[in-house]
Design a protein around this ligand. Structure first.
Ligand code: NAD
Ligand code: IPM
Ligand code: MN
Length: 368
């Protein structure tokens, strides 16, 4: 049998910096755990625009459809701010998500004990936190039609449309219920059914799927604005949160700060099973290209590394190896390894992106 295939799209800004550390970890799994991957690399985002005049070349799109999993760094940057909307780096990422039909975006927020004091919230609010935000990723206001900027009379009008079909809601709800069964068995669905018809339908469909297929799972509903407040007030009340594309984007960035830094949060974007039984999948950190620190060796590679751990778990049926990698991260944090974003107000001396990679590789070696 051939080795599992990975397509690496490191992208822009700190993307290539954090992905370099992941590449070393992939090599480690080949050398030390007899898990070789066939790795290929390509461009997405601003770097793809610079080379091809498009943020995602058709050949790259085709390759992404064929591989067992895509690993993505980050896209975007101020250099591309004035580009036509359709050419912006972010469009490359959105095209990957849409054409691979990656409807279920898993964004776990776990607070490592060593970082409980670094969150902007009090230790007892976040210590031991382990929640999973399931964000619908291929529909909603990100993709709804009509959209655009038009002129009406003598002024411009900007339009985006929130649109959800019941099958789109049902499939992401199912993936949240399935996950909940393997965790704390609780799902909280968030929308704004009080002001949006799409929210009314969301609540109805989630309730129907629950009644018919998952009545063993505890389900609650919350307006997303209250959900944002509850995430900060008492995040440990949640197990799995399921929500739409835009609310999920906002809520997951807020949840990142519960873990200490946006540089800690990984994600998995999953679609339907392929012929080999593996889901279509793309793994990426929740953070962006961080132009303010790009090129300085300061970026925290942990979100990208933990995204590879999610690939081990969700694409390669290697949950024990994912546990090993997560434990290695936990060990180095407990030993005090800190990139700049993980330093508390009292300061300290940060280590570089590469040094954090070195420490995690050493912890992996020590785990053997
Ligand atoms: P950002 O996530 O890039 O940065 C927000 C803040 O967090 C910055 O201060 C940054 O330095 C810090 N940060 C982020 N990741 C970090 C890490 N790994 N280590 C240390 N600090 C980190 O968000 P932004 O500044 O709003 O956006 C910058 C660009 O990235 C934009 O073009 C945006 O569209 C894009 N973006 C891309 C993705 C993606 O590729 N998935 C996600 C979010 C934003
Ligand atoms: C994310 C990002 C993306 C989004 C952008 C870069 C398209 O913010 O992955 O959270 O809005 O989904
Ligand atoms: Mn985001």
């Amino acid at each position: 049998m051939s080795n599992p295939s990975l397509l690496i799209l490191a992208g822009d800004g700190i993307g290539p910096e954090v992905m370099d550390e992941v590449k070393r970890i992939i090599t480690w799994y080949g050398d030390k755990r007899d898990m070789p991957f066939d790795v290929s690399e390509d461009l997405v985002g601003g770097c793809a625009y610079d080379k091809h005049g498009t943020p995602l070349h058709d050949d790259t799109m085709a390759r992404a459809q064929e591989v067992d999993a895509v690993l993505l760094g980050a896209v975007g940057g101020p250099k591309y701010d004035d580009l036509d909307f359709s050419l912006k780096p972010e469009r490359g990422l959105l095209r990957l998500r849409k054409e691979m039909d990656l409807f279920s975006n898993l964004r776990p927020a776990q607070c490592f004990d060593a970082l409980a004091d670094f969150s902007s919230l009090k230790r007892d609010i976040v210590a031991g936190l382990d929640i999973m935000i399931v964000r619908e990723l291929t529909s909603g206001v990100y993709f709804g039609e009509p959209r655009g900027i038009h002129t009406e009379g003598n002024e411009r009008v900007g339009i985006n449309t929130q649109r959800y079909t019941e099958s789109e809601i049902a499939r992401v709800a199912r993936s949240a219920f399935e996950l909940a069964r393997r965790r704390g068995n609780k799902v909280c669905s968030m929308e704004k059914a009080n002001v949006m018809e799409s929210g009314v339908l969301w609540r109805q469909v989630v309730t129907e799927v629950h009644e018919k297929e998952y009545s063993d799972v505890e389900l609650s509903h919350m307006y997303a604005d209250n959900g944002a407040m509850q995430l900060v007030r008492n995040p440990k009340q949640f197990d799995v949160i399921v929500t739409d594309n835009l609310f999920g984007d906002l809520l997951s960035d807020a949840a990142a700060m519960l873990t200490g830094s946006l540089g800690m949060l990984p994600s998995a974007s999953l679609g339907l099973p392929m012929a080999n039984g593996r889901p279509k999948a793309l793994y990426e950190p929740v953070h962006g290209s961080a132009p303010d620190i790009a090129g300085q060796g300061k970026a925290n590679p942990i979100a990208c590394i933990l995204s590879f751990a999610m690939a081990l778990r969700y694409s390669f049926d290697a949950g024990a190896e994912a546990d090993r990698l997560e434990a290695a991260v936990e060990t180095v944090l407990a030993d005090g390894a800190r990139t700049a974003d993980l330093l508390g107000p009292e300061g300290g001396s940060p280590i570089s992106t590469t040094q954090m990679g070195d420490r995690i590789l050493a912890a992996l070696d020590a785990s053997l």
